[in-house]
Ligand binder design. Structure first.
Ligand code: NAI
Length: 588
């Protein structure tokens, strides 16, 4: 049966697994740790060898779902390559939740096929612990007409290794290692091993990998497994238990080494093409590589910071800015957007400028077209462009009312609609709208601005529902930041503390694949974050629901009707209707 190409991109999992310190120690001993590395073997001050990560998810449930989804012929399956990226140290106990997807299938013709699977594992403490990218080599599934695998060069330095660490897996090593979860018969059953073409049961590749991980830590970050950031390798040959190995390590740069594990006597490579990265910096795992982002009003203030940070983390960015005055007047200027594009390029990023006006439908379409023409798609849209025309309500001319609605509310519609179509077609999108505390709570002299900003919440509420099935998430940021919009509104001492950089971490999270929410509003500024929401109190039934109650009866019930005790947000209109109907269901 041919590989199932439709399984690419399909979510696998989540699978959960609880573990305790016993599992951690059992693994450590399975990969050769003992009294000389007591930190891995004694529950007091226990540390987890990072390669435990892959052992802890080689749950057959997970891999058998991959094989089933992809329709891989199990008879020819081999673990080809392994990449582990560590985001946070692994705690000594807890529950792990793993979720992933098949990302690629490559055709190697007669030689077989490569199936690449990527998954993330989160701990019950809320932290993302690691990302694992597994290359499955399927010897019997080649010739399915898929693309060829990209070629990747790898060379070891032409000099003696900086470290050589010996390892001596025992004759019985697989018997201990298999207790960590990989109970495949090939590593225990002599008859099965013979039938598979081996003289006796073989070592688990991941057991040798664990030996290598210990060797790398003891050489490069002794006693500090939490400093391991990334470990990659290719499995090249089987090893029999009881045979001595050596891990050869070359330091190639600051926090980086290459390595291989060889048979000590035959000098054959058992694991090769290894890369090991280490250091103190917590990796910036929220990345936007291969993502295309559009930021409107990105020539200054908050938008500029978003664009720079997105590009720094790998996104290709469309920097839109009409280049108008603070009140929207003027015929526009290309320099704000161009300057930001130049800044991004100077820092090694990718960006194009766009000078359209978000206030018109043609402008909105033009911005999306720039993304499509330059980068072929759009994954992220931050509707950020904004102007102010403050006047007290009776002095609020229709012109000033309309201009502000046109940029903030209609602007978000004009750009989001064509962008939403692209996102819907591809089944992925992140949209961030920009509200304001003026809209959420009111501000003297800003009726136009408040109305436009709160209207965006209505837009978000319904877009969130329409986008849900296409993995489009829509959220809102209500910033508080120093910019030309706020320079005469905020007190100078506060202005100092409100750098726009404080807002971008939330906006970037909401734009990322990791974004955990949709339909939410966050106030963000000066390092303070909170969620704002439209919440609804439990209220009261006045009368029987059959006769229309008198205003006097409503007045009498006002205290209960107005109470916000037990108030909660609704996900959509139907949920409210359901609650109303439930008031009259039997038993109430
Ligand atoms: P900013 O004035 O520094 O930047 C806004 C940018 O939008 C400007 O570069 C401007 O040229 C551009 N722009 C204006 N009209 C445009 C149009 N029609 N088409 C394309 N570009 C246009 O202002 P800031 O503070 O960075 O504001 C960004 C967003 O954040 C705005 O939506 C604003 O209403 C909102 N906001 C800001 C707050 C703050 O404390 N700075 C508070 C609440 C909301």
């Amino acid at each position: 049966m041919a590989l199932n190409l439709e399984s690419i991109g399909k979510k696998i999992g989540p699978y959960t697994r609880e573990y305790t310190w016993n599992d951690v120690v059992l693994y450590a001993m399975g990969v050769g740790a003992g009294f000389s590395e007591l930190e891995y073997c004694y529950e007091k001050d226990l540390k987890v060898i990072p390669s435990f990560s892959i052992a802890s998810i080689t749950d057959f449930e997970f891999f058998s779902s991959i094989a089933k989804e992809a329709r891989i012929n199990l008879a020819g399956i081999l673990h080809g390559e392994q990449e582990l990226i560590f985001h946070n140290p692994i705690p000594k106990e807890g529950t792990l939740t793993t979720e992933g997807r098949i990302t690629h299938m490559y055709d190697k013709g007669d030689k077989g096929a490569l199936i690449i699977v990527e998954f993330d594992t989160f701990h019950s403490n809320g932290q993302k612990l690691y990302t694992s990218i597994v290359t499955i080599f399927s010897r019997l599934d080649g010739g399915f007409g898929g693309p060829e695998a990209p070629k990747r060069g790898f060379a070891f330095p032409d000099r003696e290794p900086d470290f050589i660490v010996e390892g001596s897996p025992s004759e019985n090593q697989p018997l201990l290692y298999r207790l960590s979860g990989d109970v495949f018969q090939l590593h225990v059953d002599p008859g099965f091993a013979k039938a598979s073409g081996f003289e006796k049961p073989i070592m688990h590749g991941l057991c040798t990998h664990g030996y290598a991980c210990r060797a790398l830590i003891s050489s490069l970050v002794p006693g500090a497994p939490e400093k391991v950031r990334r470990m990659t390798c290719r499995f090249s040959k089987t090893l029999y238990p009881g045979e001595p190995i050596e891990t050869l390590i070359w330091k190639t740069g600051d926090g980086r080494a290459v390595w291989k594990t060889i048979h000590k006597e035959s000098r054959e490579e058992i694991i090769t093409n290894g890369i090991f990265e280490y250091g103190d910096v917590v990796s910036e795992y929220i990345r936007f590589d291969d993502k295309v982002a559009v930021v409107t009003g990105a020539g200054a203030g908050l938008g500029r910071v978003y664009a720079l940070e997105l590009a720094r983390r790998g996104a290709k960015v469309v920097v839109n800015d009409y280049g108008c005055a603070r009140d929207g007047s003027g015929s526009g200027s290309s320099s704000p957007a161009e300057d930001v594009v130049n800044e991004i390029k100077a820092a090694g990023g990718e960006a194009v400028a766009n000078f359209d006006n978000v206030a018109t439908a043609e402008g909105g379409q033009g911005i999306v077209n720039t993304a499509l023409d330059a980068f072929g798609t759009i994954d992220i849209l931050i509707n950020n462009a904004g102007i102010l025309r403050d006047k007290s309500f009776t002095k609020m001319s229709a012109n000033n009312w309309q201009a502000v609605l046109d940029v903030h509310l209609n602007g978000a519609y004009n750009v989001s609609r064509p962008a939403f179509q692209v996102m819907k077609d591809k089944g992925y999108g992140r949209i961030v709208l920009t509200a304001s505390a003026a809209g959420l709570y009111g501000n003297f002299g800003q009726t136009n601005y408040s109305a436009a900003k709160l209207a965006l919440t209505g837009l978000m509420n319904s877009m969130k529902l329409e986008g849900a099935k296409y993995n489009i998430k829509v959220n809102t940021v209500a910033p508080l930041a120093a910019s030309r919009l706020t320079e005469d509104v905020l007190p100078p001492d506060l202005f100092e503390k409100l750098q726009p950089e404080f807002v971008s971490p939330m906006t970037l999270l909401l734009c990322s694949e990791e974004c955990p929410v949709t339909g939410n509003i966050y106030n963000v500024g000066a390092g303070c974050f909170n969620r704002a929401a439209v919440v609804t109190g439990p209220g009261a039934v006045i009368g029987s629901g059959k006769e229309i109650p008198a205003p006097e009866a409503v007045q009498a019930g006002m205290e209960k009707i107005s109470s916000m005790e037990g108030a909660r947000p609704y996900d959509q209109l139907n949920d409210l209707v359901g609650d109303v109907l439930a008031q009259f269901s039997p038993g109430k």
